[in-house]
Design a protein around this ligand. Structure first.
Ligand SMILES: Cc1cc2nc3c(=O)[nH]c(=O)nc-3n(C[C@H](O)[C@H](O)[C@H](O)COP(=O)(O)O)c2cc1C
Length: 209
């Protein structure tokens, strides 16, 4: 299993251009591959001097425009943080492939546009049921609280039940400007950095790991 997994990306670790292409290939694959560690990145935000990190699910990747997408509750604190400062960073680690990726970029929150609507339509009912949460995420409760309405705690809602939850749903897109890749290897680790201008690579450099 590990051999198959490692054979498809970062096979040619001598060519920096191949590595950049493989980074985006693996990000795209991670959206659909639950065994890939890059499916669950950590998103870091910083606003008014407060740093926050949280795990999220990578939902969509557009390799051409260097954009990545996740979804979240519009009432959650990370939205306020991004409203205050669009500069965010992402940490991806795939333990099977022993490969880390740090991304930096500018985040945008989408609620009412085509981007939000498309992701809402594409997602499964199960993954959207969290947006039926009656309480603001992170608000203090007096007892243990799943924040799911009783009627869907043990079932998957249909689209009609979900319709009111659309108002709580937001997509965060991020336009990536820097990628820092690190591959762990017994014979010596390798590291490379890619800087983007628009959707093209403006600098591709090997770095000392
Ligand atoms: C494996 C895993 C996946 C998660 N996926 C998401 C996600 O896709 N979107 C999201 O908003 N929160 C997700 N969370 C919850 C966040 O980590 C975080 O607790 C929540 O979004 C509140 O973050 P905030 O208070 O910084 O806004 C996930 C947590 C875990 C452990």
């Amino acid at each position: 299993m590990a051999d198959t997994m490692t054979s498809d990306h970062f096979k040619d670790a001598t060519r920096v251009d191949r590595i950049e292409v493989d980074c985006w290939g693996l990000l795209q694959a991670a959206v659909h591959d639950k065994s890939c560690g890059w499916r669950l990145p950590v998103l870091a935000t910083c606003s008014h001097g407060e740093l926050r990190q949280r795990t999220v699910v990578l939902r969509k990747v557009d390799a051409q425009s260097r954009m990545i997408f996740v979804h979240t509750d519009v009432r959650s604190p990370k939205i306020k943080s991004i409203d205050g400062n669009q500069n965010v960073s992402w940490l991806f680690y795939d333990a099977m492939r022993q490969v880390q990726l740090q991304l930096k970029g500018l985040a945008t929150v989408h609620t009412d546009d085509d981007i939000a609507e498309q992701v809402w339509q594409d997602e499964t009912e199960f993954s959207l049921r969290g947006y039926m949460a009656p309480y603001v995420p992170g608000s203090v409760r007096l007892s243990p609280e799943s924040n799911l309405p009783d009627e869907i705690r043990h079932s998957v809602p249909d689209r009609v039940q979900l319709s009111a939850a659309r108002a709580n749903f937001a997509v965060i897109s991020c336009s990536i400007d820097t990628a820092d890749w690190l591959l762990l290897r017994p014979e010596g680790n390798l590291r490379a950095r890619f800087i983007y201008e628009g959707s093209s690579v403006s600098h591709a450099d090997w770095l000392a790991p």
